[in-house]
Structures are given as C-alpha cells and as structure tokens.
Write a protein that binds this ligand. Structure first.
Ligand SMILES: Cc1ncc(COP(=O)(O)O)c(C=O)c1O
Length: 367
C-alpha cells in the first residue's frame, strides 16, 4: 500500500494541490490576531499589553495554594456558580444574568458565534480592538467599520440597519478615551441586533455602562479580570445581560470553559475589595503623572480612562522613532503601522519606578 499523503496522490492525478486547502476559504484568506509581544529579554520594562504592574491580591495566592491538590484530577464546576454568585452580589445582578469566560476574549468570541451568521453584519467602531475584525473573519461575517472622529469619539449616530452584533469598547482602546454615553444610548435605541459593550478597562474609568442592563433587552456588558484584577495569566472574563442572551451564550461555550484554579482566583480577587481599590488608585495616579509630564514635553495625549495612555510625540520625533528609541533603552510599548493610529504609541501604565525609566528614556529620544 502506498504511504503517499492524500494531497500527493491528488497531485499525481493532475490536481493543482497548491490551490487546495483543508481550511474554509475565509480562514485561508484572513489574517490571524497578532497579540502584543511577550518578550523573553531580561530586564525589559514591559508596557505593551496593558497588564497590571502590581501582583494579584495576596488572597488570590492563598486560595490558589490551598487548591493545588489531588482535586485537580476533577473537572471544574461547569457553571462557575460560586464566581457568578459573588459577581452577582457585588454588582447587583442575578447569577442567571452572568456568564463566565476564559478571558473576555472568549466572551467576545462566544457573542460572534451565537449572534452572527455567515454573511451577516458585524459592526465595530474604528480604530478599536483589533480582535473584532478577526472574529468576524473567522465567522465569515460581513465587517462594518464605523469610523470615529479625529478625537476618537462618535460624532453622529451611524446607520446600523441589519447589523446583528455591534461591539463598543468603553472606554475605547487603543485611544483610552471614554465614549459619550448619550451617543451610545442613541445607537442602542436604533439597533435591532445585539450590542456588546466591552468594558475590559472600565475599572480605571469614572463611569460604566452597567445601568444599560435591565433597560435594554439587547445589551450585554463584557468585563475582564486581566487588567484591574491583575489576572491576565489566569484567563478570566465575564458578561452580564438579559437571561435570554446569556442563555444563548451558555449553549455555545465549552462546558468546562473556566478552570478550577481560575474560578477560585476570581472569587478571591472579588473578595479583596480594599486591595483592588488601592492598586487601581495607584495606576490612575501614575497615569495622571505620566500624562502631565508628556504634555509638558508637547506630546499630544488623549484623555485616558484606562490603564494606558495613547500619545503622539512632538515633531520631528515620530511615533515609530519614539517606539524604537524606547526599545533600544529596554522599554517596550506598542506601536501599530496602521491608518489613523501610526502617529501614536500606546503606553501601558507600570509602577512608578518603571514609569520613571520610561520617562527618562522618552526624554533621551526627544533630544
Ligand atoms: C478592548 C479589549 N477587550 C478585551 C480584551 C481581552 O481581555 P482578556 O484578557 O480578559 O481576554 C482586551 C485585551 O487586551 C481588550 O483590549
């Protein structure tokens, strides 16, 4: 019997095997999501993926240590009930309105799978989180990009006729700006499809959109434990909304989509409110200090309600040269060679010591 591969056999039969693929055509054609670099360079100051510079609460470590035992052979609670109950109590929702995900990205993916069919419309503001178009491409959905204005705000209510799912990042990324809530309300009221307000950074803002839940039958709010709770490595996110929408997501998710340890880490993080508040307060204070210093040096800094700043250096320094200059000095920030945003770099807020080094390196690149 021949050991040749099926593709080789087809080639022998005269088919053009280079043109053949096992993947669906939209998967062949699309580009995958490019995450921020996780460098292995020792001593690098990492300000490129909006992680929390402070460790998770000590209560998280205690809970994890106590859980690392033979119970790891058992599957986790498929409903993540303990975590949903804690979130429900903390934010004033019924646990039936909450679903837990393997990171907020998992929640966003579930929303696309549950609410948008192939060829149907998925909309998002632009520039915004670059995962949305990737999720649309995976699904074979039609992408509707709604442009933000020069201040990265929504100028007028866009047409959303026929849109099955709209992602709104609040506060937005990578700009960091808070989108006017009245505008969001106007848009939601014209939407027939589902609106997902992606509040991954909202704990660094002074408002949120949780009061949309209960008011609108088509709105979900998605949250992350990666940023304000310093649990990016555990992969934990959640979504709250009407039980009908949550029920649809529940059918789509993996039955054991959140590990035993992640559930416990989330519960312990929620229990430690003082630690959470203190670390968020520190990040916000550092953010304001960094913003003031950059503005003193004539950088254009967008008003940030997140744990990062999006800043444009003064000419003749370009964002790319600023990014390169920082990297040479072992400070890693994020820069995209993309329309609308290539004049800016995004800088995650680190500890005060890290930000002093960042500012020192920035000052050197200005010279
Ligand atoms: C706007 C936005 N939404 C969601 C996420 C994903 O969060 P998670 O780490 O919980 O998957 C990110 C991560 O950077 C983000 O920037």
């Amino acid at each position: 019997m021949s050991s040749a591969s099926p593709l080789a056999l087809l080639g022998n039969l005269g088919y053009d095997v280079r043109a053949m693929s096992y993947a669906r055509p939209n998967i062949e054609q699309m580009h995958g999501y490019v995450p921020g670099e996780q460098p292995k360079v020792p001593g690098l100051i990492k300000l490129n993926t909006n992680e929390n510079p402070y460790p998770p609460s000590p209560k998280v470590f205690e809970a994890l240590r106590a859980a690392v035992d033979e119970r790891l052979r058992l599957y986790p609670d498929p409903q993540s009930l303990g975590l949903r109950q804690k979130l429900g109590r903390r934010f004033g929702f019924d646990p039936a309105q909450i679903l837990i995900g393997n990171g907020c990205d998992d929640i966003l993916n579930l929303c696309v799978r549950a609410f948008v069919g192939e060829g149907e419309k998925l909309a998002y503001f632009w520039p915004s989180y670059s995962l949305y178009p990737v999720l649309a491409d995976i699904q074979g959905a039609q992408k509707i990009e709604l442009p933000l204005d020069d201040q990265f705000q929504i100028r007028s209510v866009p047409s959303v006729a026929g849109v099955k799912l709209l992602f709104i990042t609040q506060p937005n990324a990578p700009s960091g700006v808070w989108l006017h809530k009245e505008k969001l309300r106007d848009i939601i009221e014209t939407m027939d499809g589902v609106v997902v307000v992606d509040e991954a950074y909202v704990d660094f803002a002074s408002d949120n959109c949780l009061n949309f839940i209960g008011k609108y039958p088509n709105v979900l709010v998605a949250r992350s434990f990666s940023k304000s709770s310093a649990l990016a490595g555990m992969r934990l996110g959640w979504v709250v909304g009407p039980t009908e929408l949550i029920g649809a997501l529940d059918k789509v998710r993996d039955s054991y989509n959140v590990s035993r340890l992640s559930q416990l880490a989330g519960e312990a993080a929620i229990d430690d409110v003082p630690y959470f508040e203190e670390t968020v307060r520190k990040v916000k204070a550092t953010r304001e200090r960094v913003r003031r210093q950059l503005e003193d040096w004539s950088f254009g800094v967008l008003p940030s309600e997140t744990n990062f700043v999006f800043a444009k250096p003064p000419a003749p320094l370009t964002a790319k040269r600023w990014f390169d200059g920082l990297r040479e000095r072992k400070v890693l920030v994020r820069w995209w060679d993309a329309d609308r945003i290539r004049d800016f770099a995004r800088v995650s807020i680190g500890t005060d010591k890290e930000m002093d080094k960042f500012l020192e390196a920035t000052h050197e690149t200005l010279r």
